[in-house]
Write a protein that binds this ligand. Sequence first.
Ligand code: NAP
Length: 295
Amino acid sequence: MMTARIIDGKQIAADIRNELKQTVAALKLQGITPGLGVILVGEDPASKSYVTAKERACEEIGLHSNDNRLPKETTQAQLIALVKKMNADPKINGILVQLPLPKHINESDVLMAIDPSKDVDGFHPVSVGKMMIGEKSFLPCTPHGVIKLLERSGVKTEGAHVVVVGRSNIVGKPVANLLIRKNKNANATVTICHTGTKNLANFTKQADIIIAAAGRPNTITADMVKDGVVIIDVGVNRIEDATKKNGFRLVGDVDFESLKDKASLITPVPGGVGPMTITMLLFNTVESAKMANNL
Ligand code: NAP
């Protein structure tokens, strides 16, 4: 039996934010304040809290945020007009359109309207394509956060077998893509599993590193892994819990309790990948400001 070291995502995120704060302070001395344009359409409570957290994080490291909260009746044309205004505004280096959008708006059309040079979420097809062929681009925040967690925890991915569980466009596919790149913080052999995979355990048992992004509790249990595996749990699932004031608690996609005695390193939920996502959004916004000023 092994007791896993816990990867402290909160601490790693705080370290990166401190570094960014210093970079922002240095940029300000040159008269540059990086700015993030934030657009929220409607009243979805989860989206509201994400947007508030993102704006607070901007403030904390000295970024300027331009807050736009629009009513749910906003038309697609109005939303795209605002995106275009932000594309043209030199004070805005990154544009964040909080998803999901109301049903009457086509998400893809809105994301396509964002200037790729301000696409700090990394969801524009130009960013995705550049990432795929290894050109410099904004990397999507959650997958980039996973790479940074591994890097800063001293996990060697080079030559490792990584099993990614999940193939979404925002987590599974891009994280797999980043890990097969030919550089020292990648260079892994990657297997991608999904609901079409026959006998998931066959694959996870061979993994040196497992990245769970299935959106389902207990997708990975202790009997499905080898001793000493590294586990990055991207999942965030609400499960009922009568002992909690709000009636639920958050769990990841892996059975943390049993796996912590078998893994060598594991991320908790909450406090693992989550804090990294916003941090990488800040990172991209600062990068964008540097690029806009040829720095
Ligand atoms: P998603 O779009 O629902 O994709 C889930 C993927 O997992 C799909 O590809 C699905 O396969 C696969 N899958 C589901 N159950 C499976 C199973 N039993 N075995 C194998 N594969 C399975 O979800 P997502 O947007 O990628 O998010 C994944 C999780 O990460 C969610 O819990 C989400 O809340 C969380 N998340 C967290 C952060 C963060 O900042 N911490 C950010 C983004 C997402 P199919 O393609 O075959 O359906």
